[in-house]
Design a protein. Structure first.
Length: 173
């Protein structure tokens, strides 16, 4: 997946506003670079007053692509495992809905030298953040979230998104 310079610049802004935007903004791609990360992502992730670049209210179905350096792949997968635990263990109905509608796919081939993880959101839960670190902040101590972020952040090469519409379901062999 190749991203243009203007897409990368726009995505960096989205990520800076989101705190991480992680991991992890309908029809156009938006890429996020790691150089615009917030100085304290955990504090921003837990601050509800900040706009969240990982809250998607403009699409019903969405793919969110995370490009991760191979060296941080296992750390990102640990974040994903803990995120699943946080979502499925949450008493909040919106987090339960996210857990039901979220599928994470890992591409088997490197994309531009990076591992590619795809969040398939079907349906998108509106007005709720998909930021993995914000989700983790609801179930883990802030220091644990910060440590996870610090492991993953150096390997975050970009985040992009694309809305989609089903054209045909099933029966296509």
């Amino acid at each position: 997946m190749e991203l243009s310079g203007s897409q990368l610049a726009w995505s960096r802004r989205v990520l800076a506003v989101a705190g991480l935007a992680a991991v992890v903004s309908a029809a156009s791609l938006v890429a996020v670079g790691p150089d615009r990360m917030a100085a304290d992502p955990v504090a921003l992730a837990l601050n509800q007053a900040q706009p969240d670049g990982m809250t998607f209210n403009d699409a019903d179905r969405l793919f969110v692509y995370f490009q991760i350096a191979p060296e941080q792949g296992s750390d990102f997968e640990l974040v994903l495992t803990k995120m699943k635990e946080a979502l499925t263990g949450s008493a909040k109905p919106e987090r339960q809905a996210q857990a039901k509608g979220l599928k994470v796919i890992k591409m088997t081939d490197l994309q531009a030298g990076a591992l590619m993880y795809v969040f398939q959101l079907d349906p998108v839960v509106k007005d709720v953040s998909y930021d993995p670190f914000k989700i983790l902040g609801e179930s883990l101590p802030a220091d644990d979230v910060r440590q996870l972020y610090e492991k993953v952040q150096p390997g975050l090469k970009g985040i992009s998104r694309a809305a989609y519409t089903e054209v045909v379901r099933g029966g296509m062999n």
